[in-house]
Ligand binder design. Sequence first.
Ligand code: SAH
Ligand code: SF4
Length: 363
Amino acid sequence: MALDAKSLTRDELAAQFLQWAQPAYRVDQVLQWIYERRVTSWDAMSNLPRALRDQLNQTYSLTALELVRKQGSRDTTEKFLWRLADHSLIESVLIPANPALYGEASDRHTLCVSTQVGCAYGCKFCASGLEGWKRNLHVGEIVDQVLAVERWHASESKGEPTERLVNNLVIMGMGEPLANYDNLLKALQILNAPWGGGIGARKITVSTSGLAPQIRKLADETLQFRLAISLHGATDEVRQKIMPINRKYPLRELTAACEYYQEKKGRMITLEYILIAGVNDSLAQAPHLAKLARRLNAKVNLIPYNKVEDLPWERPSEDVQEGFLRALEQHEVTATLRREKGHDIDAACGQLRLRTERELASA
Ligand code: SAH
Ligand code: SF4
């Protein structure tokens, strides 16, 4: 299959146009069609000469994610299930900003994007890893999650086709982003570039289950992304019960890599901690977690576990959740507890795909 044009940087496209002896302004025209008007065919680029459109059409594809299913509502979260060219399914989740929480206007939106089909890391509580890993997403497939949601939004709202919707990105969908490092980085460069997605690097959070060497590599990149660590256990004993990766990169190594990131970037790291009843919610974990957070100058995000079909894990009661939060606060750690209701829409990534694949398999 031809290379997707959304996998190209401006420089790469410009080099091709130079080779074709096309004037430089044509490059920007093409980029405007792709990233501002979000068209999905070369034919639609009406200000380009026909011969150039044909040449582009023969050289590159301009595929668009196909919406299979959408769940949720405008004022909570909306979940998009996409079908890729090879029929694999992936998810993106659109989350309206909580103005009280972030002090932003309520027309701001965060998009949670996927980076792989499935996941190889097999965390015991997670739907994304349940059926293993299938493949890495290509650059264009990561980029198009943003464009496809904005395309959908423009067609729904009947507003200007160029209206921007997504201004925050969290790389917390299906897959382990740092295991698809090169494609992720290129996609984020494109989504960050002024000619591309125009999303500030500081508005992009990469979440990882703890690939220590890649965390160090990310620290050495020029772009200033935010980093979130899926910690979920503050001692090796607890963490490796639920996250196999902890055997490869135990907390000592993970913490050292985070320290390196923190020193290089001077940015605050977030430690994600899902509370799972009877697994990691004991108050005995709180001092360990607090110690790690203070050492890394990190804030802690407590997330009540979302029930996954077929998995035995449950979220603890609200009292236990609040108690855990208070214990962290007593250790002078900045922590938040996600309290929003309405988790019945499979809010954690991977779940809608899992359910759809099972429905398709049994149909
Ligand atoms: N692989 C990366 C990014 C994707 S997972 C990572 O693990 O960080 C995004 C977040 O959702 C992770 O923190 C993950 O642990 C969490 N998560 C997975 N399943 C969940 C569930 N059922 N309930 C709540 N959070 C979940
Ligand atoms: Fe993969 Fe992240 Fe899920 Fe673990 S939590 S299985 S690393 S997607």
